[in-house]
Design a binder for this molecule. Sequence first.
Ligand SMILES: [Zn+2]
Length: 155
Amino acid sequence: MKKGAYSEAMEDAGYSTEPVRPWGCCHVAGCVMPGTMTSSTSGTSEWFCRFHFGAPAATWGDITARVANRQALFDVGRSLSASTPNTTISTAAIRTIEAARRRDLLELPADKKRTARNLGRHMMAVLENEVKRPQQQPQMGTMGELIAESEEIGA
Ligand SMILES: [Zn+2]
């Protein structure tokens, strides 16, 4: 790959060469996830979150957007996951999930007891899967559908 094309791809992906990220955050500009992974052996290089690590730079922007869209849910999932065993799920957590229109996340697998920790782990697994494999997530309505709808209303 030519150097120019590479730089462009990095820019398109929201890459920044300036050290503006707070320490501990993912290296990709705009990413809110903690940077926990690096391929560096010197200990001085970039750290990436689990979603950006190893992903092609051209996909960074899309990944960042999908993470950002789910930030509140990731926060709830992470905090529920850290609960002690057999903690009940707080109404605040349920309200946040419902406010994000993600009642589907409240559906635990049948073999899982309905506890805060189990729900948190289930949420994190579902959300991580959606960020990594966007084509598998439920569609919230495409631009084409929206246009078709507005045309129907106009007619
Ligand atoms: Zn990241």
